[in-house]
Write a protein that binds this ligand. Structure first.
Ligand code: SF4
Length: 269
């Protein structure tokens, strides 16, 4: 009778480029030395995210594998007849983030480490694949936002540069952005703002508009925000970059939401 060697369980931590998954990687570096670190790269990420991943690799002493989809965003956009992804149709997360992750895992038994904190009520990406078991060390260990900040600061890694003007990781054109974050994108990365604008279209026959934000184009948003700024309305929206703020101030606002909706954890955490 031939003996069958039991399959080794793999340990995988998906980094989003955000603070919580990064802090979790730092927190677990020495506890789970066999950890595999991955980043699902849509090809539409912010440069600050890539810079931060390089810093994280230096701290972790291991590469962070970039997982990409076989086909890119533009391909899928044409498959969806030009319908930009939205909170109701998150095809981008499914095809450009979740699918590459599940393909990478394959049929292996995997423990997937998720950085949901003890002080937040949210559901994680819980794969329906029976071979992927998600665990939540921060929840189990009572780690809160203040602890996450401390972990990042004490490691010396700090936070990604985009937190100066944006509250979340993810694609530069993410439709979950708040108005002021679109304004921040236009200011910080005008070329990406133009690229995001170029995806907005109007159907010549039906007049239907395909826009990142419901009911307004990015040009319209910027013009409205400019006028509001001129009138001195809504200082929060019109604010400039948040340079030189302590971490605790930068993160104070990141749980506020325009509409209560948040991106999937694999994009944002
Ligand atoms: S960050 Fe936003 S746009 Fe990018 S995949 Fe996630 S939900 Fe989609």
């Amino acid at each position: 009778m031939t003996s069958v060697t039991p399959k080794r369980t793999r340990h995988v931590l998906g980094l989003s480029g955000g603070k919580d998954s990064s802090a979790l990687a730092i927190y677990l570096r020495d506890r789970v030395p066999e950890m595999e670190y991955v980043f699902c790269d849509t090809g539409k990420e912010l440069p600050e995210t890539y810079e931060f991943l390089t810093l994280m690799e230096a701290y972790l002493g291991k590469p962070i594998l970039r997982l990409t989809s076989e086909r890119d965003f533009d391909h899928y956009l044409s498959v969806f007849n030009g319908y930009l992804p939205s909170s109701r149709m998150r095809w981008c997360t499914r095809l450009l983030k979740l699918k590459p992750f599940e393909e990478y895992v394959g049929a292996d038994e995997v423990i997937n480490y998720v950085g949901i904190r003890a002080d937040e009520q949210r559901e994680g990406y819980i794969s329906t694949k029976p071979n992927i078991k998600s665990v939540f060390p921060f929840r189990e260990d009572g780690i809160t936002k203040a602890d996450v900040l401390r972990i990042l600061e004490e490691s010396g890694v700090g936070i990604p540069g985009y937190y100066r003007w944006r509250t979340r990781s993810g694609c530069f054109f993410c439709f979950f952005q708040r108005k002021e974050e679109w304004v921040g994108l236009a200011r910080e990365h005008p070329q990406f703002f133009e690229e995001a604008k170029a995806y907005e279209k109007t159907d010549d026959e039906s007049g239907e508009r395909f826009t990142w934000r419901q009911g307004e184009t990015l040009d319209e948003l910027i013009e409205k925000e400019r006028l509001r700024g001129e009138r001195g309305e809504d200082a929060k929206t019109a604010r400039g970059p948040r340079r030189n703020l302590p971490l605790v101030s930068v993160f104070a606002e990141d749980d506020e939401d325009d509409d209560g909706e948040r991106p999937c954890l694999i994009c944002e955490l």
